[in-house]
Design a protein around this ligand. Structure first.
Ligand code: 10D
Ligand code: SF4
Length: 355
């Protein structure tokens, strides 16, 4: 992969975004822009699923929880007629309900069916893969040590596949104290959006206590999470400041801030919008690293770059560590209703390829 200098779009309303001042620093001001960043295949699919459901069935379409953990995405979909609810019992009988990209437990699926709701499952296929692993290991009577964050929707969904067999491990320290029934029948699985390094430390400490611990059949931390962490590691080593665009409840976005700090960024902050960047963050800063979480539309990054350009950071080099071209087909319920065919890939002019 080679780094490339990229040209910035002109500010949409010249001058309107010049909130940040162009103050002098000792050396050359520049931005290192991490790639990959932003939308992953699972987020793209989930957001399009809500848009297509609105187009096809008409508003309102209900969505259980935030479709992805980004306040801008949620508010844009609300403007188009999506109604976000916490639980299925808030949804009128017979309505369409979309399950978020983070996945749901079988109890939630059953609850929606009992209420006569028409469910569209926008769970990312890479989360569904972890659900299947949980079902399989539970069937084989393994205790599943699920590495993840308590209360996160994805963890609730995965644990809900086999609650009797699942024990949550929330941190490397918890690996030192977790109690298992039979140390020879334990497997670890994980949330898809964790820090790779911290998860490997948790696994190392689990394996020290349980040498026969089984690994998942393939990586549970998904390609998008891994790729965004690799890219920000490379950027962070040269950055005085890293700005991550992403929402506070977005696990993968928050991990990018932590990883940036671990890999040498002198400071790192998360913002939902460019307008949250504080002038003092830029004091004495030559190199600003920029990235965004997997649930973040690129337009929010471009707005940040415009503001940084106005503050003298118009020299932008993209640091690319991987190519991504994965795409998923839309949820099967939508494909069937829209085209009448469960194998249809071409939806509304956008061709979705299966992973
Ligand atoms: O909090 P998070 O990183 O799991 O979710 P977010 O919606 O920010 O990003 C997409 C990740 C998903 C849907 C979990 F796989
Ligand atoms: Fe799927 Fe990974 Fe994106 Fe989550 S972060 S939606 S698992 S591709």
């Amino acid at each position: 992969m080679t780094d490339e200098t990229i040209s910035l779009p002109m500010p949409r309303i010249p001058g309107a975004r010049n909130r940040l001042k162009d103050t002098p620093v000792a050396g050359r001001k520049r931005v290192l822009l991490a790639a990959p960043r932003g939308y992953c295949a699972g987020v793209d699919r989930a957001v399009i699923a809500v848009e297509k459901a609105l187009e096809h069935y008409g508003a309102p379409v209900y969505v259980r929880k935030q479709i992805v953990h980004n306040i801008h995405v949620v508010s844009e979909l609300e403007k188009k007629g999506a109604i976000f609810v916490e639980e299925v019992d808030e949804v009128p009988t017979g309505s369409h309900i979309v399950f978020s990209a983070h996945g749901v437990s079988p109890a939630v699926v059953q609850g929606a069916a009992d209420r006569g709701l028409q469910a569209i499952d926008a769970t990312c296929p890479l989360v569904t893969k972890v659900h299947r692993e949980a079902v399989r290991f539970a069937r084989d009577d393994f205790q599943i040590l699920l590495i993840g964050h308590e209360g996160h929707e994805e963890v609730e969904g995965t644990a809900g596949e086999a609650p009797e067999h699942t024990t949550l491990v929330g941190s490397p320290d918890e690996a030192d104290t977790v109690v298992v029934k039979d140390p020879d029948r334990v497997v670890w699985l994980s949330q898809t959006t964790l820090s790779v390094d911290e998860t490997m430390e948790t696994v190392r400490r689990l394996r020290k206590r349980f040498p026969n611990l089984q690994d998942p059949p393939s990586d549970d931390i998904c390609y998008a999470t891994q790729n965004r962490q690799v890219a920000i590691k490379k950027v962070a080593t040269d950055a005085d400041l890293v700005i991550v665009v992403g929402s506070a409840n977005s696990s993968n976005s928050v991990r990018l801030v932590e990883v940036a700090l671990e890999y040498g960024a002198k400071a790192a902050y998360r913002v939902d919008y460019a307008s949250e960047v504080k002038q003092e963050w830029l004091d004495g800063v030559e190199t600003v690293g920029v990235t965004s979480g997997a649930s973040v539309p690129e337009e929010l990054v471009q707005e940040l770059l415009e503001d940084l350009a106005a503050a003298g950071y118009g020299d932008v080099t993209q640091v690319k560590t991987a190519e991504e071209d994965l795409m998923f087909s839309l949820p099967k319920e939508l494909r069937k209703d829209i085209s009448g065919r469960t194998d249809a890939r071409a939806i509304g002019g956008r061709v979705r390829a299966t992973a």
